[in-house]
Design a protein around this ligand. Structure first.
Ligand SMILES: [Zn+2]
Length: 556
């Protein structure tokens, strides 16, 4: 009578994200597609002897999470690094580092992540001497929660050959001390790369972010190790309910590794990767690489179909570009990584090729440059459905908030990033931005109310990856002082920003982001009812099953 289902999820609170039929009790899957969505009785009619039944026990079922901004290679590496999240004071730091070093005697470089800018002191910046007191015989580097600043000990600087300083390119800086030697602080990936190169994956895991280039020569053993690392990272994504990843760094090396995983084991998560355009690359790369890679990688499971650009850095290290001066540094506004005229050429050429662009822009000055250039591309090439995006958009002037909707520019925001959320320290962010601009920060509500599309993600490994934890952060965000606007979205808007809208951003709204017949079978089954759970407890809800392309990729 009816087509048999391979998998049925029943006894669920299904939120389909489809406005035509937003709620159901059960979902049937056949092959890699959703077969039917409906009541338990309707769906159980698709049962056969071979049907796998998943009882959701009243938990929420959603389209699989689409993590719209993350870094799979760096994230995979971070799974075996030392987390310094929440560590305060030298003694606690020393205990952590000492035991991590003892547990990992074979690592050529010890890496700590998510160290507060104020980990040792409210007032003094971290130096190599602080680190040397805890570990001096092996190279050690730790990075800030935003990943844009690193601090290395003397041994790491020495082995990397940068103790005497080095020019590391525009926007990057090896900070020098009064003694004429590097003081340990390394600003941006170009400055950290020489130290990171000492590690097991060398610079290979960083190239997609740092240069967009390819590793020089990779041995078979290194390639196999990188592949194993990526597989572990992808499995970790599936374990958190993620079925789609939009990677925000890229190079051919990663694409080829992922393609090989797809052809051998099959990717447990769909992946979209950009061509990363840096300021030193000729415009011709957009045709020779971006356009060529798009033709080569174009399936529903692995695609390279957009261009990533960094316009600035982060406020904490003074590398974000503001319209007015930094509150704690008169005369300094930051410097864009691209001259506006240069980026306009790129935006117009990418647009001419039909390649969407995603630009990292944190300060209001950087956001404005990007919007201006997107506008120039529309003028140059005429009206079209473009879906260009701005990543982070942490500070946006009111007159630019409305331009997001007007220009069809998507705001890609991270609920884990407002200082005070997800272990992000308040300082030095609040002082850099200054109280006069606090009301302009992380303006989710203002952007949505002005008609902009918004997607949410974690920027893993910058923040912890778990979507339910990120959704918790989105719903429990607190203002830094009374009187600041409440920028939270509703729960349903927040869930849409993690599912339906992120599929739309990828031009995949005809097959992803909703649970409806004929759509790809990408589903997450959660351990609780998200609508009935107090916001404070949302992070306790776990994925009990993840299904991607009709295949169960995780089961608790
Ligand atoms: Zn990122």
């Amino acid at each position: 009578m009816s087509t048999a289902a391979a998998i049925i999820i029943r006894n669920a609170r299904v939120l389909t994200m489809d406005d035509a039929g937003p709620r159901a009790d059960a979902v049937a899957i056949s092959g890699n597609r959703i077969l039917a969505v409906g009541s338990d009785d309707q769906i159980m009619a698709h049962r056969s002897a071979d049907t796998r039944i998943i009882d959701a026990e009243g938990g929420t079922v959603l389209p699989g999470f689409n993590e719209a901004h993350m870094h799979i290679f760096g994230g995979s590496v971070s799974l075996r690094e030392l987390s310094l999240m929440g560590v305060r004071g030298f003694d606690a730091f020393e205990r952590k580092v000492t035991s991590y070093a003892a547990a990992n005697p074979d690592l050529k470089l010890l890496v700590g992540r998510r160290a507060d800018y104020t980990i040792f002191s409210q007032n003094d910046r971290v130096t190599r001497h602080d680190l040397d007191r805890a570990i001096s015989d092996r190279p050690f580097i730790m990075t800030a929660p935003d990943f844009h600043t690193g601090w290395a000990n003397t041994e790491a600087l020495r082995q990397a050959g940068i103790l005497d300083g080095r020019d590391v390119g525009v926007g990057n800086e090896i900070v020098m001390g009064a003694d004429g030697l590097a003081n340990g602080e390394l600003r941006e990936s170009g400055a950290m790369a020489p130290v990171m190169a000492l590690g097991g994956t060398g610079v290979r895991s960083m190239l997609g972010v740092a240069t967009g280039g390819e590793p020089d020569h990779v041995t078979d053993a290194e390639r196999a190790a990188d592949m194993a690392l990526l597989k572990r990272g992808l499995a970790y994504c599936a374990s958190l309910g993620i079925t789609s990843i939009q990677n925000m760094d890229g190079n051919l090396y990663q694409l080829e590794l992922l393609d090989e995983i797809e052809r051998t084991d099959g990717l447990p998560v769909r992946l979209r990767m950009p061509f990363h355009m840096k300021n030193f690359m000729p415009l011709g790369h957009l045709v020779e690489k971006a356009d060529a890679w798009r033709s080569r990688f174009h399936t529903d499971r692995l695609r390279c179909d957009f261009v990533k650009v960094f316009m600035d850095g982060v406020a904490q290290s003074g590398t974000a570009v503001f319209i007015d001066d930094y509150a704690n540094r008169p005369g300094w506004k930051g410097e864009p990584l691209f001259a506006p005229e240069h980026f306009a050429q790129i935006a117009i050429e990418a647009d001419r090729l039909g390649l969407p662009v995603a630009v990292h822009a944190i300060g209001d000055g950087a956001v404005r440059i990007v919007l201006d250039c997107y506008e120039a591309a529309i003028k140059a090439n005429g009206p079209r459905d473009r879906r260009n995006r701005i990543e982070h958009a942490e500070i946006v002037q009111p007159e630019d908030v409305v331009r997001f909707a007007k220009l069809g520019t998507i705001a890609s925001m991270q609920p884990t990033h407002p200082p005070g959320s997800a272990g992000m320290p308040l300082e030095p962010y609040l002082s850099c931005v200054g109280e006069a601009r606090w009301h302009l920060t992380f303006a989710w509500r203002a952007l949505v109310d002005a008609g902009a599309k918004i997607v949410f993600a974690t920027d893993w490994p910058v923040s912890p990856l778990a979507p339910m934890s990120c959704i918790h952060d989105a719903m429990t965000r607190k203002a830094w002082k009374q009187g600041l606007p409440d920028q939270r979205l509703s729960l349903s808007e927040t869930l849409a920003a993690y599912t339906r809208t992120s599929a739309w951003v990828e031009f995949m709204e005809d097959r992803k982001g909703m649970l409806k017949p004929g759509y790809l079978a990408d589903v997450v089954v959660l351990s609780g009812d998200v609508e009935a759970t107090p916001y404070e407890s949302l992070a306790d809800i776990r994925p009990i099953a993840t299904i991607c392309d009709g295949r169960i990729t995780h089961e608790a």
